[in-house]
Design a protein around this ligand. Structure first.
Ligand SMILES: Nc1ncnc2c1ncn2[C@@H]1O[C@H](COP(=O)(O)OP(=O)(O)OP(=O)(O)O)[C@@H](O)[C@H]1O
Ligand SMILES: [Mg+2]
Length: 366
């Protein structure tokens, strides 16, 4: 059994926030004592009052959040002592990046997934301090840590990734309940990243079904079997990068024609819209017969990790504002590029997004 939900709501629009302020306080109390059933009941009951409000949130789901350290070296040498001249500490993992960027863009994210141990508490605290609403399932396994190593002389970026520990089947069931409870207040469910071991490969598929039943947008940024399973459930949008799409269809995609063919294949398997990013190379976006090519703005990238998550956040933000897929992808590209300007994944400035959007070329190919 999960040890309890960490429930709080910090980051809603002003009207919602006013209704929520009491819940937030209670939520924080409960967060420090999740086993206290009285608190849990009170928080849940209080939160019912805002459940009648118009849906406004974007549910950001990811089962593998991470504490993130970014270390800068003049030059890195293997098999030697290396001393960082600058180190940044933060929070990341794909869904956390999406939530952080949505908040920076002025949207109302609600972050969910698994958190464990001291690192999990830290992630929750940082999100709350930024006004991001959170409702995570607390798990026994400590939240993982990732380190990005930047070599300034050789201009390389190396990721050291601690894989997530396994969670219980019951944890996944609890997460499904959290999602079901929040979907009525949400405009979209965004699913990002690999699945923590312990769940079923069709977890995203089940989440897509729930979101579609609730009549909201279901977005999947994943690859391989979890993405293939999710396709059959008819996601509104999928956003792999080029190599993830190649891994999903099981072959190399050498050129744009091969890419477009693979996009049509996943479309036929059930995805309503397919967006494939390519770092500094163009993004392709497909909806029905319509196809766009979106150029990436020219920038000097500091760290492009998390640019795909930022792209997804920008894309969903603009789709919910009524843009068509091509226009929303233009904003996605601007958000992805803005992310690459900062060393910490999922940290960008709205002014950079606005400026870079003007530098993105959008072409209609079909
Ligand atoms: N070096 C770059 N120059 C300009 N734009 C970039 C660069 N890197 C990323 N971007 C922008 O960000 C978008 C997403 O980047 P990318 O394709 O690398 O995502 P990703 O591989 O899914 O990344 P992640 O999974 O780490 O978030 C690109 O389509 C582009 O618009
Ligand atoms: Mg990605």
């Amino acid at each position: 059994m999960p040890r309890g939900f960490l429930l709080s709501f910090a980051g809603l629009g002003k009207a919602l926030f006013e209704q929520f302020s009491q819940v937030d306080d209670l939520g924080r109390t409960m967060g420090t004592n999740p086993s206290n059933g009285d608190h849990e009941k009170r928080v849940y009951n209080r939160s019912q009052s805002i459940f009648n409000a118009a849906p406004s949130m974007i549910l950001c789901l990811g089962t593998t959040p991470a504490l993130q350290r970014v270390m800068f070296f003049r030059q890195l040498r293997l098999d030697a002592v290396n001393r960082a001249h600058r180190t940044l500490e933060g929070i990341a993992g794909k869904s956390i990046n999406v939530a952080k960027v949505l908040k920076a863009l002025g949207a109302a994210p609600l972050a969910t997934g698994f958190l464990g141990g001291v690192g999990g508490e830290q992630i929750q605290r940082v999100l709350e301090s930024r006004g991001v609403a959170v409702d995570f399932v607390s798990v026994a396994a400590p939240t993982r840590e990732c380190v990005t190593v930047i070599d300034e002389l050789d201009r390389t970026i190396t990721e050291l990734v601690q894989e997530s520990a396994a969670v219980d089947v019951a944890d996944y069931e609890s997460l499904q309940n959290v999602i079901a409870r929040h979907l009525p207040q949400c405009l979209a469910l965004v699913m990002s990243g690999t699945l923590a071991p312990g769940g079923k490969v069709d977890f995203y598929a089940a989440c897509v079904k729930s979101a579609r039943t609730a009549g909201i947008m279901a977005v999947v940024d994943a690859q391989g079997p979890p993405l293939l399973e999710a396709l059959a459930a008819g996601p509104t949008l999928i956003k792999p990068n080029r190599s993830e799409l190649a891994a999903t269809v099981g072959r190399a995609l050498a050129d744009e024609a091969a890419l477009v063919k693979a996009m049509h294949e996943v479309q036929e398997r059930g995805a309503e819209r397919v967006v494939v990013t390519g770092g500094a190379e163009p993004t392709l976006a497909l909806e029905g017969e319509k196809l766009w090519r979106i150029s990436s703005p020219r920038i000097t990238a500091v760290n492009p990790i998390g640019s795909g998550d930022s792209f997804t956040a920008g894309l969903v933000w603009r789709l919910l504002r009524g843009d068509d897929l091509g226009e929303a992808a233009r904003w996605g590209a601007a958000a992805g590029a803005a992310n690459a300007l900062s060393p910490m994944p999922g940290e960008l400035e709205l002014k950079d997004v606005n400026r870079l959007a003007g530098e993105v070329l959008k072409e209609r190919l079909g």
